[in-house]
Write a protein that binds this ligand. Structure first.
Ligand SMILES: NC(=O)C1=CN([C@@H]2O[C@H](COP(=O)(O)OP(=O)(O)OC[C@H]3O[C@@H](n4cnc5c(N)ncnc54)[C@H](O)[C@@H]3O)[C@@H](O)[C@H]2O)C=CC1
Ligand SMILES: O=C([O-])CC(=O)C(=O)O
Length: 268
C-alpha cells in the first residue's frame, strides 16, 4: 500500500488534534512533517505526546508532503500554499477567510495540477449547499452568535472602538457580505467564507455577527433558499482551548483526511 504523506502547518489547536490523530493512524496516510513557528516548543510537545515527526520550514513542505493541512495564522496562507501548489500538490485550507480574496491561489492550483481543499470546518451542511448550487440558489443568510471572548481583538472591533469588556446583553457587531466579514473578522468567521465558496460566493452570502454574553458556544444559523430546496441549519460549537475555534473544526479536517484514503465515500 502506498501512503499519502500529510504535513501540518501550524501546531496550535487544530494542528495538534490533527497531528495526534495522524500519529495514531488514519488509513493510507502518514504524518510526514510539521511546520511551526517555535521549534523548541513543538519538539517538547511531540516528545510529551510520544510522536516522532520531522520539524520543517514552510518552504520545505513540498519535499516532505503530498498534502499540507494549513492550520496557521491567516497571514501566512500564501507562504504555505504557494510552494505546495507550484509543485502541483494539495493544501487543505482552514484559514478560509484568508483564501477568499486569493483567487490567484486557485488559479495556481489549476495551472500546476494542484488542489485546494476547504473542509466544512466549524460549519454544517456544505453537502446540501453545494448540491443546491448545482441548481439556482436565491439567498444564503447566516447569523453567528459568539461569547464576547470569541470575537475580542478582531480588526473590525479594534478599528471601530467596539469593546467586548463587560457586555451585558447581545450586541450586533456586524451585518454585511461574507467578503466584508472575512476581512473584518479574519480569525472569527472562517465559517462564512467557506460557506460562500460552497454556495453563491462572498458578495451574495450575508452574515450578522452577534457578541452575546448569554451564550457559551459558537452558534451559527444558516438559511438557504433555492429552486431545489429551502433549508435551515444550526450548529452550536463547543469552543476549544482557543475560544475563537470550535472543537469540531479539527475533527472536520480529520474526517476530510480520512475520506482521502477511504474506499467508501459518503456525502458529497
Ligand atoms: N474553517 C474553519 O471552520 C475554521 C478555521 N479556523 C482557522 O484555522 C486556523 C488555525 O486555527 P487554530 O488552530 O485554532 O489557531 P491557533 O492559534 O491555535 O494555532 C495556530 C498556530 O500556528 C502557529 N504559527 C504562527 N506563525 C507560524 C509560522 N510562521 N509557521 C508555522 N506556524 C506558525 C502558532 O504558533 C500556532 O501554534 C486559523 O486561521 C483559524 O482562524 C478556525 C476555526 C474554524
Ligand atoms: O469560523 C471560525 O473561524 C470559527 C468559528 O466560528 C467556530 O469555530 O465556530
Amino acid at each position: 500500500m502506498s501512503f499519502k504523506r500529510i504535513a501540518i502547518a501550524g501546531l496550535g489547536e487544530i494542528g495538534k488534534t490533527v497531528a495526534r490523530k495522524l500519529a495514531q493512524g488514519l488509513p493510507g496516510l502518514v504524518l510526514s512533517g510539521i511546520a511551526t513557528r517555535d521549534r523548541a516548543k513543538a519538539q517538547a510537545w511531540l516528545d510529551r505526546e510520544g510522536i516522532s515527526c520531522s520539524l520543517v520550514a514552510l518552504d520545505e513542505l513540498p519535499e516532505h508532503a503530498d498534502l499540507v493541512v494549513e492550520c496557521a495564522p491567516a497571514a501566512i496562507l500564501d507562504q504555505i500554499c504557494r510552494p505546495m501548489l507550484n509543485a502541483g500538490k494539495q493544501v487543505m485550507v482552514l484559514s478560509a477567510s484568508a483564501l477568499l480574496p486569493r483567487h490567484d491561489l486557485i488559479e495556481l492550483a489549476r495551472a500546476h495540477g494542484g488542489r485546494i481543499i476547504v473542509p466544512t470546518g466549524a460549519l454544517i451542511g456544505f453537502d446540501a449547499v453545494s448540491a443546491a448550487a448545482e441548481g439556482t440558489i436565491s439567498s444564503v443568510q447566516m447569523i453567528t452568535r459568539k461569547p464576547p471572548n470569541g470575537l475580542a481583538g478582531a480588526p473590525y472591533l479594534v478599528a471601530n472602538g467596539i469593546s467586548m469588556d463587560g457586555l451585558k446583553s447581545a450586541l450586533c457587531v456586524f451585518k454585511g457580505s461574507a467578503r466584508d466579514a472575512a476581512a473584518a473578522f479574519p480569525a472569527n468567521v472562517n465559517v462564512v467564507a467557506a460557506l460562500s465558496l460552497a454556495g453563491i460566493g462572498p458578495d451574495r452570502t450575508t452574515i450578522e455577527i452577534w457578541a452575546d454574553p448569554a451564550v457559551t458556544r459558537n452558534c451559527h444559523q444558516i438559511k438557504v433558499e433555492s429552486d431545489s430546496a429551502n433549508f435551515t441549519m444550526a450548529i452550536e460549537n463547543i469552543p476549544s482551548e482557543n475560544p475563537k475555534t470550535g472543537r469540531i473544526t479539527a475533527l472536520s479536517a480529520i474526517a476530510a483526511l480520512r475520506k482521502l484514503g477511504s474506499p467508501l465515500q459518503v456525502g458529497t
